[in-house]
Design a protein around this ligand. Structure first.
Ligand code: PHE
Length: 369
């Protein structure tokens, strides 16, 4: 029979040497399992005399308990080591962001407004504001729109049911409020509430009952007014030419003034910029061959009508000036190659990621536009 003490020493050495839980379990099975060495010794008790069985049985029980305790102790030690290893290797780096960073973008219309503020700011213009909901006086009558002018009609203008409050001296054609059809109403409000000279631009939403590839019922305009004692058409041409060349960043961009009619200016003009066909598309600028030069209209302009000045309490014998108005979407589409006007208002963030601008890189008079 195997010497109990030898077996004990042997097992103790094995248990202490076990360096992982699997090895420890193998030792447990080899000692205490069904066919284990301690179990085998236990089985021999049956063939012993009662005295022998008593002493040997006791000895074997002590051995079994000791081995069991040693196994438990070593298991604890190994589990602790294993846990420490896992804690050391399975570190969670909470400084990593969960998703790719999403950066917001500035809408192209806001970008264009900032660029225009930068350009006109450098020329000494200030920015004025006016309401989207207007009355007939500020949107039409004061701007010299004759009664019955088609622009006042339902098919162009969104009228509201609310009656507008109109001052007695403001003879008005329609008593309802309306959504302004152009930003020219801001010219009127600015002149009514300030003393000349005026040198102001304004931006805002404007509304007309239109809907197709190039027209949306809401769009944005920019308006410019400059009134002083010696303002001439030459100032208008100089200012506009400088502005469109700065805006489109083309130093020799051809600019053409075409006579046109707006009730609130005299003379009035539509302003075109030059482009030419290039490959499949078009390119703004001066064509090499004059026969290839094409023109597109970008804004309306003119010398402020004397009736408009009078309506705003400005003496046209002393003051005169120019004004112009431009659609911001169209200018932005041309500058940044955006083909469908309606996408401006779809609120699609993928579109904005593509066409939008970095919020940390805003145009300003220090850095240029
Ligand atoms: N208000 C005109 C429009 O909406 C533009 C314009 C403004 C024309 C000022 C001349 C002078 O089309």
């Amino acid at each position: 029979m195997t010497n109990i003490n030898t077996l004990k020493t042997e097992l103790t050495t094995q248990i202490e040497a076990a360096n992982d839980l699997q090895a420890l379990d193998d030792i447990r099975i080899s000692a205490l399992g069904k066919k284990g060495r301690v179990t085998a010794l236990m089985k021999t008790l049956g063939s012993m005399t009662p005295e022998e069985r008593k002493t040997k049985g006791q000895e074997l029980n002590v051995l079994k308990n000791e081995i069991t305790n040693q196994l438990k102790k070593q298991e604890k030690v190994l589990k602790k080591v294993e846990m420490e290893e896992r804690l050391a290797t399975e570190q969670l780096d909470i400084t990593l962001s969960i998703r790719p960073e999403r950066k917001g973008h500035i809408h192209p219309i806001s970008q264009t407004m900032d660029e225009l503020v930068t350009i006109f700011g450098a020329m000494g213009f200030t920015v004025a504001e006016g309401p989207d909901i207007e009355d007939d006086w500020h949107n039409f009558t004061a701007l010299n729109f004759p009664p019955g002018h088609p622009a006042r009609e339902m098919q162009d203008t969104f009228f509201l049911n609310n009656p507008a409050k109109v001052e007695p001296e403001q003879k008005s054609g329609d008593t309802r409020k309306l959504l302004r059809t152009h930003t020219s109403s801001v010219q009127i409000r600015h002149m009514e509430n300030n003393e000349p000279p005026f040198k102001t631009i304004c931006f805002g939403r404007t509304y007309r009952s239109d809907w197709d590839m190039t027209h949306t019922p809401m769009f944005h305009q920019m308006e410019c007014i400059c009134v002083d004692k010696d303002i001439t058409m030459a100032h208008l041409k100089g200012c506009l030419t400088d502005f469109v060349r700065a805006f489109f960043k083309i130093d020799d961009l051809p600019v053409r003034f075409r006579p046109s009619f707006f009730p609130f200016v005299e003379p009035g003009a539509e302003v075109d910029i030059g482009y030419f066909k290039k490959g499949e598309g078009i390119k703004l600028g001066l064509a090499d061959n004059p026969n290839d030069q094409k023109w597109m209209e970008i804004l309306g302009a003119g010398m402020v009508h004397c009736n408009v000045l009078t309506n705003c309490g400005v003496n046209p014998e002393i003051y005169q000036g120019f004004a112009f108005g431009m659609g911001l979407e169209r200018a932005t589409m041309l500058k940044y190659g955006i083909s469908d006007l309606r996408t401006f208002f779809d609120s699609d963030t993928r579109w904005l990621d593509h066409y939008g601008f970095d919020p940390f890189d805003r145009p300003n008079s220090a850095t240029g536009q």
